[in-house]
Ligand binder design. Structure first.
Ligand code: IPE
Ligand code: IPE
Ligand code: MG
Length: 246
């Protein structure tokens, strides 16, 4: 089983259009699929699930859609709080959370605090998330530490850089799923996905089922992860920093 599954939940708008509904209805319907993958991760023992829910670029959508998405997010958080506590789920969030409406951020922060000590599945929501922004932000953190004399430039290793990312203590995703048939990353976990296995499903996110998730996990299990080595040498991920030094 992958330790960390990351999902680009795409296709809500197209799902709605096919049903002759407005885009917002597609986002509402997408919630069912979120609950399904969360439950399935718990069932099969996946430790981390990262869900791309709203990108930096998504702020450019029509104001009405952005507002509706934020309202749905708030409703989701409010109604899932108890479930997360009961199911031993730990909630995390990555992204420029300062940009989120105050009530959404407050709800997020409260639940992250309340579920902090939970030891089951970690659900990480990527909200107002952009990987390039995350990387630039990490560079700024490290540059400031150097400027303040707290860090030597020679100590900026891959490990130090990874620690300065929003995903700081979350392991890299092993398996990255995108629904709706698009073959692109759309600014999602660019650093962290260096060796993720990719899987594109034609299914639109609201139609993504437990059965399809399980069959995707079977595909993952059939992949050979070589991390740059040969089939004969295959094993655990190499120390990328050491690989660079040769
Ligand atoms: C994914 O569905 C949800 C978000 C990006 C918030 P879309 O809204 O992108 O759906 P399509 O791609 O238009 O079908
Ligand atoms: C990616 O989907 C972001 C989320 C799923 C939250 P988009 O629908 O925004 O991506 P593009 O615009 O098709 O690349
Ligand atoms: Mg889309």
């Amino acid at each position: 089983m992958p330790a960390h599954v990351a999902i680009i939940m795409d296709g809500n708008g197209r799902w709605a259009r096919r049903q002759n509904l407005g885009r917002i209805e597609g986002h509402k319907q997408g919630r069912q699929a979120v609950e399904t993958v969360v439950d399935t991760c718990r069932e099969v023992g996946i430790a981390y699930l990262t869900l791309y829910a709203f990108s930096t670029e998504n702020w450019q959508r029509p104001v009405t859609e952005v507002r509706a998405l934020m309202a749905l997010l708030q409703r989701y958080l409010r109604s899932e709080r108890q479930h997360m506590l009961e199911k031993n789920i730990r909630l995390r969030a990555i992204g420029d959370l300062q940009r989120l409406p105050v009530p959404v951020r407050a709800a997020l922060e409260e639940i992250m605090q309340a579920t902090q000590a939970n030891t089951g599945l970690t659900v990480c929501l990527a909200l107002s998330y952009g990987a390039r922004e995350e990387i630039v932000q990490a560079a700024r953190v490290l540059a400031t530490a150097v400027q303040n004399g707290q860090l030597d430039p020679g100590d900026i290793t891959e490990q130090a850089f990874a620690r300065a990312l929003w995903t700081t203590d979350i392991p890299d995703p092993d398996f990255l799923i995108r629904t709706s048939g698009e073959f692109r990353l759309s600014n999602f976990l660019l650093w962290q996905s260096a060796y993720a296995e990719l899987y594109v499903s034609e299914t639109l996110w609201p139609d993504f089922t437990r059965a399809e998730f399980l069959s995707a996990l079977e595909v993952y299990q059939s992949r050979e992860r070589r991390f740059g080595r040969t089939t004969e040498q295959r094993g655990s991920p190499p120390d990328l920093a050491r690989a660079t030094r040769g």
